[in-house]
Design a protein around this ligand. Structure first.
Ligand code: DON
Length: 309
């Protein structure tokens, strides 16, 4: 059967128009006070295709707080350093619980279900502390290299704001330390974690940065091999099964792509062999995922018929 080329520009603009006017939905994250200052009406989408096309709408060039989206970058770095040994300290199962839930962690003796819930991402930061001399500084450089973007930065205000309200994450790390799954000083590891989450990028930068995961680990622009095929597949598998916490099933059901959300209101998703797409809208649903972001991606994969299933 002959494949009809998708008019991405048209689809993206239709989706943007349809979703822009949805109102009365969700709340901007406020448990990190500094995230509350963002204009809730911000909305941007950027699509980067593997053959080098770019389509952006709305606030797609404005940087926002990556929060949990950055956990994909830290996981990639940890896998590169540790290979299969990493899975002794963190699992690969969906949690079915909220991103900050402590319930399973006690039952499962300090081994987090997966690297994207908070406890899992904190263990990953502890692993990175084994490999970096100056973890905070080295992490930013390493993520910049991974994304082919040397201009990224931490937002100190956001990192400090999260630190001041970090009671739950402090509980997570203490519980894991008690079970022997944290090697480094607790404050040092949390400082790395808060800074990781505070990294800012725009939808355009994010879509560009994730393209290698749509191309079996190879950056299609530079031909640089970022990850092996096997590791790239496993990162996508984890995004598919665990990228949206207790809404991972719903995202798979409605959108049908591997992806990752953050409480800054961003979502990144990718379609192997075709594209990476980033959406940003700060108002979150009850599960902590961008309301408009989810809606936009559902419409996008429906209209373009690009669900992987
Ligand atoms: O640890 C936290 O609570 C935040 N820094 C990140 C949480 C987050 O983005 C969860 N994802 N939707």
């Amino acid at each position: 059967m002959q494949q009809v080329a998708i008019d991405y520009d048209k689809v993206l603009n239709e989706v943007f128009e349809q979703v822009t006017d949805l109102t009365g939905i969700g709340q901007v994250a406020d448990y990190i006070p500094e995230l509350k200052v963002i204009d809730p009406k911000k909305f941007g989408i950027h699509l980067a295709t593997v053959d080098g096309q770019h389509f952006g709408v709305g606030d797609s060039e404005q940087r926002f707080s990556l929060q949990s989206i950055a956990k994909v970058f830290s996981l990639i770095l940890a896998i590169k350093f540790e290979g299969g040994d990493l899975w002794r300290r963190v699992g690969v199962e969906p949690s079915g619980t909220p991103f900050n839930s402590l319930v399973q962690l006690e039952l499962e003796k300090g081994i987090p279900r997966n690297p994207f819930i908070n406890s899992g991402a904190i263990v990953i930061c502890d692993v990175l502390c084994d490999h970096f001399e100056n973890p905070k500084e080295d992490l930013l450089v390493a993520i910049g290299e991974l994304c082919g973007n040397a201009n990224i930065s931490y937002n100190e205000k956001v990192a400090q704001s999260e630190k001041l309200s970090s009671y739950t994450n402090t509980a997570h790390i203490n519980l894991m330390k008690a079970h022997g799954n944290i090697n480094h000083d607790i404050d040092k590891v949390l400082d790395v974690y808060f800074h990781l989450c505070s990294i800012e990028m725009s939808c355009r930068e994010l879509a560009q940065a994730f393209l290698f995961l749509a191309c079996k680990g190879v950056d299609p622009v530079t031909n640089r091999k970022v990850l092996t095929v096997g590791k790239s597949q496993r990162i996508n598998a984890l995004m598919q099964t665990c990228g949206f916490y207790d809404e991972a099933g719903e995202f798979t059901f409605k959108v049908g792509l591997p992806g990752k959300s953050g409480v800054g209101g961003g979502i990144i998703a990718l379609c192997p062999g075709k594209y990476a797409i980033a959406v940003w809208s700060p108002k979150l649903n009850a599960k902590g995922n961008s309301f408009k972001g989810l809606k936009a991606l559902e419409l996008f994969t429906t209209k373009s018929a690009t669900s992987i299933f």
